[in-house]
Every structure is written in C-alpha cells, then in structure tokens.
Design a protein around this ligand. Structure first.
Ligand code: AMP
Ligand code: MG
Length: 409
C-alpha cells in the first residue's frame, strides 16, 4: 500500500462536489412542442384556460334535468341534438337533449343518462329507464386544469405525457434549455473501431472500442449534442491537441480511459497543462478512478476505461451533471426497495453497484460475473443494486434498487 494515496471519497460527496460545478447553461431556446421530448423546460407553463373548457358529456346519451324525471320509464321529448364541437342551446324545460361524448352540456341540464339506459320511442321521444344521479357522466370545466394554474414547472424534463399536457393548454412551442455540447473521445492504443478491422483480423492486444457506442447514445438520450473526437492515442502531445480542439466550442469534454495513474495514462498531465484537474478515487465499485477538471470554458470529465466502470460512473455522476447543466430539478431516479434473492457474504470497502435483474417472484437476482470488464452484465441487468460499503447481504434483505430504465432515460 502506498502511504501517500489519498483516502477514497464517498460517492455522495463526489456527486455533491461535481454538481456544485454544474451551473445551468445560459440561453434557452424555443422548440416546437412536437420536438420537445427529452428536453428540459426553461419556463413555467401557466394555463390561460380551463381544461376542459366547459362542462361536457363523458357518454353518448341524453342530457336531462333530474327534477323533471319523476319516475323511471318517463318519456321525454328530444329538443336538440348536441354533437361534440357544437354549442348547445339551454335545455328546454321538460325535455332531454341528445348528446355525444365530449359535447358541451346544455345550460340547465344536471346529468347525462347514457344511451344504454334509455329507449328511443317511435314518436321521437326517449324513455329514461334509470334515474340519474346528480352530475352523472358530466366532466366538469377545469377538472383537469384551472385557468392560471402552473401545469409544468421550469426544470421539468419533458416526455410524451408532458408534451400532451402542454398541447392541451394550447402551447405549440416551448422554451427549453439549450442542448449541452459534449466533445467525446476515447483513449487507448489498444482500441479499434468496429468496421475498421474484421474480428478475425484483429491484431494481438487490440480490442474494439465499446465505450464510445454506449457513451454516445447515453449523451444523445440526455439531450446533448455530441461532437465525436474519436480515439486519441496514448501520447501526451496527442491528448493535449485533442483537448485543446475539444475545449474550443463545447460545454463538456468527456473521455474514457487513461485516468488511472500508470505512465500510459496521459489525461491527468494533459488536462493539467491546459487547465486544472482533480483526480478522484471514488469509493465505489465499479468505477474507482474519476476525473473532474476544466479546460478553458469547458468542463472536463474523465471516466474510467473499463466498460462497466465507464457505464456506471456515467449513470451515477455524469447523468445528474448533464441534467443539472440543463436546469433539471429531478437528477436522480427514485430507488425501489426490493428483497435480495441472493447472498452477498463478502463485504467490500467500497460501495458497490451490482448489475441485477428483477425476477417474477418480486426479488432481485445478480448477474454471475460482476467484473468491471463484463459488459454482458449491463445488458442482462435491468437495474443496479446499491450495496453500502462494508455491508453483507442475506437472502431476503431489502435492498435499494435503481431501475436502469430510469437511469437510461
Ligand atoms: P484504462 O482506464 O485506460 O487503464 O483502461 C482500463 C481498461 O479498459 C483496459 O482494459 C482498456 O483496454 C479498457 N478500455 C479502455 N477504453 C475502452 C473503450 N473505449 N472500450 C472498451 N474498453 C476500453
Ligand atoms: Mg488506457
């Protein structure tokens, strides 16, 4: 053990320090509501109208005045017909109005009788077969949204339901945070891009660059504009050159690999030459080495090279960082509490995020190989089990489970 090695930093601590650096980006932009999926709202959406705008029928049937129906079976003349999209006359006393789903309720009517509870008579009248209750089948004006209320707050990350809701108050455009511009590059002389060398022709020691593929998609899903700087060789000058180019016009430079402290790890000296860098040893597994710094105006984040470490540190650190850059309020998914359907007898000094999957019995199972190089585990898993540092787990014990569906969104 190297006595000068800094103590491992708890993940929550590292995350708090990282988020402190993530001041929301200046400059919102207007986008069509149609195109707002995944973007972060940069304004409060206040409704200028009631939704629904007026009382309307939730059934095909007849609008009536309850006080005028003395008994079940009474026949009423039909005084008007109200399809959806029309404006009815007030209900004439002693009559029923034919009405359809979504049509405004005529003034004076206080219930809808669904058509299945009526009988049309040959003379054009309608027989009411069942006494309606007060307000039956009437959707009230404003029962969804009242005029002047905030339906979506600034900082909300928009998805299909929010797009629908914004449209329901008449908004065809929305102010959203601008997309973070992210320069992405991988380091490592062993890396080869798929497509450049066939599997059977791979030279000894070479591996395919897998990190670049999931990191790029993760960034795109988080609303980023990705500038791909490719693979940077393990040389100081090449690393400096790539960093300088990437810093020019980007909010974040994201790299994977080269953040350990071996002499083939050039990220640290290169970032320090151009800006500043803190190398963190985070007390988490997978993913111990992690770097944060700045190069010019750009943030710099260096992820570990091992694919699973890269993946997990992205989800737990970079994802909230990028959401905060966009002004999002919800940075972290709600963890579930689920019983472990496994035993974990050997405690680790570091907090672990095990690749796990829910089973039909409502518990969580582990992927057999939890090595940080085994990318298969990330595809098999549908979540991460959060094991506190130093803890052992007995079968049946409730565990924090972070669903990947939310972390990948
Ligand atoms: P490093 O952090 O550069 O020491 O890399 C740690 C391990 O991750 C090594 O086995 C690398 O070959 C591997 N690795 C680094 N970058 C990538 C990448 N982009 N894709 C797949 N494996 C990688
Ligand atoms: Mg390397």
């Amino acid at each position: 053990m190297n006595a000068t090695r800094p103590p491992l930093r708890p993940l929550d601590d590292a995350l708090a320090a990282l988020l402190e650096q993530a001041r929301p980006l200046a400059g919102a932009e207007s986008v069509a509501t149609f195109d707002a999926d995944g973007r972060v709202l940069a304004e409060d959406l206040v409704s200028a109208l009631q939704v629904p705008p007026q009382d309307n029928s939730s059934m095909d049937g007849y609008a009536v005045r309850r006080g005028e129906i003395a008994d079940e079976g009474v026949p009423l003349p039909v005084s008007q017909r109200v399809p959806a999209g029309t404006a009815p006359q007030p209900l004439q006393p002693g009559t029923a109005a034919r009405i359809f789903t979504g049509a405004p309720v005529p003034a004076g009517a206080d219930a809808i009788v669904m058509q299945e509870d009526t009988e049309s008579l040959a003379d054009g009248r309608v027989r009411i077969l069942r006494m309606p209750s007060e307000g039956q089948w009437i959707r009230r004006s404003g029962e969804d949204i009242t005029r002047g209320s905030t339906v979506l707050a600034r900082g909300e990350r928009l998805g299909p339901p929010a797009q629908g809701l914004a449209a329901s108050i008449g908004r065809d455009r929305l102010q959203v945070a601008r997309r973070p511009r992210v320069a992405l590059f991988s380091t490592g002389d062993e890396l080869v891009m798929p497509g450049q060398v066939a599997p059977e022709a791979m030279p000894p020691g070479a591996i395919y660059n897998s990190n670049r593929f999931f990191l790029r998609s993760l960034l795109l899903r988080l609303g980023c504009e990705v500038r791909d700087f490719g693979i940077v060789p393990d040389r100081r000058d090449a690393t400096v050159q790539a960093l300088r180019a990437a810093a020019a016009d980007n909010d974040l430079i994201l790299t994977s690999g080269g953040v350990s402290v071996g002499e083939e790890d050039h990220i640290k000296p290169a970032v320090e030459q151009l800006g500043s860098l803190a190398l963190w040893q985070i007390a988490m597994k997978p993913g111990k080495p992690f770097a944060y710094g700045t190069v010019g105006q750009a943030h710099f984040i260096g992820l570990p090279g091992n694919p699973v470490s890269s993946f997990v540190t992205f989800l737990l650190l970079v994802r909230p960082f990028l959401l905060k850059l966009q002004g999002a309020t919800q940075l972290w998914p709600v963890a579930l509490q689920l019983p472990a359907h496994f035993d974990w007898p050997r405690p680790d000094k570091r907090r672990e995020f095990l690749r796990a999957r829910r089973n039909a019995a409502g518990g969580v199972e582990l992927f057999a190989n939890q090595s940080s190089g085994v990318l298969t585990s990330t595809v098999w898993a549908d979540g991460l089990v959060d094991v506190p540092a130093g803890a052992t787990i007995a079968h049946g014990q409730a565990m924090r489970f972070l669903p990947l569906a939310e972390l990948l969104a």
